[in-house]
Design a protein. Structure first.
Length: 422
């Protein structure tokens, strides 16, 4: 009991600012590194006879070798451990630690670890997180000075449509100062005891939000944006997993396919200068996603699983959700990375059936397309076939629009007009 009281008192007096803790960590590890180097230098120097020529130079050379080969890796590991133990493993600058953390970023980790991290990053003592559930309501979790609990209302909490629309329009977060002209929204902030709210948005749908008592600075807001995007995808996949398990349990595929239909729409079509992109009515056998890769180029993927099982759309949405999240993390670089990621994900799902795909890149006035599968057909003027299977095709758009068809039905149409220079 006394130990718990001591820990609570210690948390109260410790700085709550994430950036301050990060600075203290850097100062501590770098100071430790410098002290180790100095101690090693004087220890080595004391072991070298004074009569020896170039005594100081030799001591400096040996110390440098120790520092680079031994001390530097140890300090890096220590820094990594301290940051993941006392700060957030999801915001570490070490690439390997970050990849491992993202692999562990599941729904339970979001509730138990990421949520408290997000509150601490903003320098807040308290916060509330809303998470979309499979039935369309929101589950609320609270955090206050190290204590965390799930709110247990007598009935499910429904977030008002007007408040959801407001959050969708504030993708980069909103402070209470922005709500003074909206009385209802301001009341919602007051009910949440929030001065700042950051939404979890994925494919133009609100999957939750975090409300904190402190308005974060620019660095903290950037960190929140990284965690919020991954949180939205985690909730999205958690809901899809629920429906998949329900399908297997009750064999009511059609009913659950309807429930998740709003999660399986075509990805948001980008508004690119000179381009007009039209998506036609899709079937439950194919799905389309648009995203940017590391260098900022726009890509799209059309995925077709061949079979028409009712739950096939859930599987396709999960796979393209993985592709979309990897693109947000700037891991994907081009055609080969995207194709490899899709193949690996199908293998993890133990998918035995055939599947077909189109991967495309939108250039300035041309399309680059890789086609896998015979059911797709890419034409211009209804007759001219402009792409071949298995090759990276470059299609100039100066001869007119092209249409991507699947089994004779139009899926996507691309048109381009040279923008006028005013």
């Amino acid at each position: 009991m006394n130990s718990n009281k001591f820990k609570s008192s210690l948390k109260y007096f410790l700085p709550s600012s994430y950036q301050l803790k990060l600075s203290v960590t850097n100062i501590f590890t770098r100071t430790l590194f410098i002290l180790l180097v100095y101690l090693s230098y004087f220890l080595i120097l004391s072991q070298i006879p004074e009569q020896m020529s170039y005594r100081l130079e030799l001591a400096l050379l040996l110390t440098s070798a120790f520092a680079l080969i031994l001390y530097l890796p140890i300090i890096e590991r220590l820094t990594r451990y301290i940051r993941t133990r006392f700060l957030s493993e999801y915001l570490t600058e070490d690439a390997e630690s970050y990849r491992q953390a993202i692999k562990r970023f599941n729904f339970d980790a979001l509730i138990k670890n990421v949520f408290p991290d997000m509150v601490k990053i903003t320098g807040s003592h308290s916060g509330t997180m809303a998470v979309l559930t499979h039935n369309g309501t929101f589950a609320f979790h609270s955090y206050f000075r190290g204590r965390q609990k799930k709110l247990s209302p007598t009935k499910d909490i429904t977030v008002k449509t007007s408040f959801q629309s407001f959050l969708l329009s504030k993708r980069n977060g909103a402070s209470v100062a922005e709500t003074y002209s909206h009385e209802n929204i301001n009341n919602d902030f007051m009910e949440l005891h929030a001065n700042y709210i950051y939404p979890f948005i994925f494919r133009e749908k609100l999957f939750g939000f975090i409300a904190v008592s402190n308005i974060p600075n620019i660095d903290a807001t950037h960190s929140l944006s990284l965690l919020a995007g991954q949180s939205a995808l985690t909730i999205h996949n958690h809901i899809l997993s629920y429906h998949i398990s329900e399908n297997k349990k009750y064999q009511k595929e059609a009913a659950y396919a309807v429930r998740v239909q709003n999660l399986l729409e075509t990805g948001t079509i980008p508004n690119l200068m000179g381009w007009e992109i039209t998506a036609f009515k899709r079937t439950n056998r194919n799905l389309i996603e648009f995203f940017q890769v590391e260098d900022g180029s726009w890509f799209f993927v059309i995925l077709n699983a061949g079979k028409s099982y009712q739950h096939i759309g859930i599987i396709l949405s999960y796979i393209l959700g993985v592709v979309y999240s990897q693109s947000k993390l700037r891991i994907l670089k081009g055609f080969s990375d995207i194709k490899s990621l899709i193949q690996t994900t199908f293998q993890k799902l133990d998918w035995k059936e055939n599947y077909e795909l189109i991967i495309g890149k939108i250039g300035y006035s041309e399309l680059y397309i890789v086609q896998e599968g015979k059911q797709f057909r890419i034409t211009r003027n209804s007759e001219e076939v402009v792409a071949s299977m298995g090759w990276k095709n470059m299609i100039n758009m100066d001869k007119g629009p092209i249409i991507i068809q699947q089994r004779g039905e139009a899926v996507l149409k691309f048109s381009f007009e040279e923008p006028e220079i005013k």
